[in-house]
Design a protein around this ligand. Structure first.
Ligand SMILES: Nc1ncnc2c1ncn2[C@@H]1O[C@H](COP(=O)(O)OP(=O)(O)O)[C@@H](O)[C@H]1O
Ligand SMILES: O=C(O)C[C@@H](O)[C@H](O)C(=O)COP(=O)(O)O
Length: 332
């Protein structure tokens, strides 16, 4: 199992993008016919951080926001959720906040239209990464999209170095979004370089495929994927398969499968972020890997049944109640 350091003042710090989700109000129709949206804080690492805070952990964020109303909305929302924003800096170059418009055509057919030109989150400089915050935390989360461009790419490697120096456990949510990357080869190279430095790696089968495009795993075997990382620093590799569930491999040679829960799905996005929050929370409680996966799967089922990602992140009571109801077959 992963051993988390003790005696730190915070549990969790995420580094990466703080953005806005604009989720279609008129669901079950294409974007062309959608005219109103609800605004939420978004960005995968932001969602995970909010999820961790909701579950009761002491959390903080390292990132950069635009010097505009959206940036201030994001910082205020983090603070309202008890998340430390001492590591969130404000851009002064006129960069903007990344937007994700979500299209909910049906509960199984969802897509995201991202507006990410000149976004503030990718302008985080290595010198702006708050070492004190990372030194004081038990778990650092990085997210792949922040590797897409300089200087954010170097800032992530700086954060990884601070985590190594101060003994924080490092989790990597692959969070691959093609929009900001220039070439497949560049993407794979930087993902692999970062993954070598991480203790916990979480991604979908498709995300791992992207990292393995140089032909090392033509059969797309989850076991081959995981075993590669045990030769570096990883102790746990989780491969997610959407509604089909997930599989986790541990360095001791074991593997664990988790089914997804039945859910009244509104939209599919947000599943991965809530799963990551629930899973990582469980690891920090020293639960068994199977229990952590179950908790992550339950958190995901709650979020896919809700309109938002960040705002729907469940509390521990909500997850526990959901699991209890699922076990009794009385799920709402
Ligand atoms: N339709 C669904 N119903 C219930 N749970 C789901 C559904 N889709 C995903 N999940 C849960 O969320 C987890 C992560 O979902 P996945 O789609 O693989 O990640 P991502 O959102 O990163 O693509 C799954 O392992 C599963 O537990
Ligand atoms: O990550 C983004 O910028 C958009 C997210 O806020 C969005 O809601 C989403 O796509 C969630 O991702 P998932 O959990 O991997 O499905």
């Amino acid at each position: 199992m992963i051993q988390f350091p003790t005696g730190k003042q915070s549990d969790f710090v995420a580094v990466g993008r703080l953005c806005i989700d604009l989720n279609a109000n008129e669901i079950n129709r294409p974007m062309e016919d959608t005219v109103t949206f609800t605004k939420y804080v978004g960005g995968s690492p932001a969602n995970i951080c909010i999820g961790m805070a909701r579950l009761g952990l002491n959390a903080g964020f390292v990132g950069k926001v635009a010097d505009d109303q959206m940036g201030r909305f994001i910082v205020r929302y983090l603070e309202q959720n008890g998340i430390s924003t001492s590591g969130v800096v404000t851009d002064r170059t006129g960069a903007v906040t990344g937007l994700a418009f979500t299209e909910i055509k049906s509960p199984t057919d969802c897509s995201i239209l991202m507006y990410r030109d000149n976004v503030a989150d990718l302008l985080l400089e290595p010198s702006e990464v708050n070492e004190e915050l990372i030194a004081g935390t038990r778990l650092l989360l990085i997210s792949g999209t922040a590797l897409a461009q300089s200087p954010s790419r170097e800032a992530v490697f700086q954060a990884l170095e601070y985590a190594r120096r101060h003994g924080a456990v490092i989790a990597f949510d692959l969070d691959y979004r093609p929009y900001t990357w220039k070439s497949d080869e560049e993407t794979a190279v930087f993902y692999n370089l970062a993954a070598e430095k991480c203790d916990i790696i979480i991604g979908t089968r498709e995300e791992f495929d992207m990292m393995e495009q140089f032909g090392e795993n033509p059969e797309r075997s989850d076991e081959i994927t995981a075993s590669k990382w045990f030769g570096y620093k990883a102790g746990i590799v989780v491969i997610k398969h959407g509604k089909e569930g997930s599989i986790a491999y541990t360095k001791d040679g074991n593997s664990h499968r988790a089914d997804s829960f039945q859910a009244k799905v509104i939209k599919t996005f947000g599943a991965g972020d809530s799963y990551a929050a629930g899973f990582l929370y469980g690891l920090m409680q020293q639960w068994s890997v199977s229990d952590c996966m179950r908790y992550g799967s339950a958190a995901a089922a709650i979020v896919v049944s809700s309109h938002s990602c960040s705002d729907a992140m469940p509390t521990a009571k909500q997850v526990n109640d959901f699991i209890a109801q699922a076990e009794q077959g009385t799920q709402a």
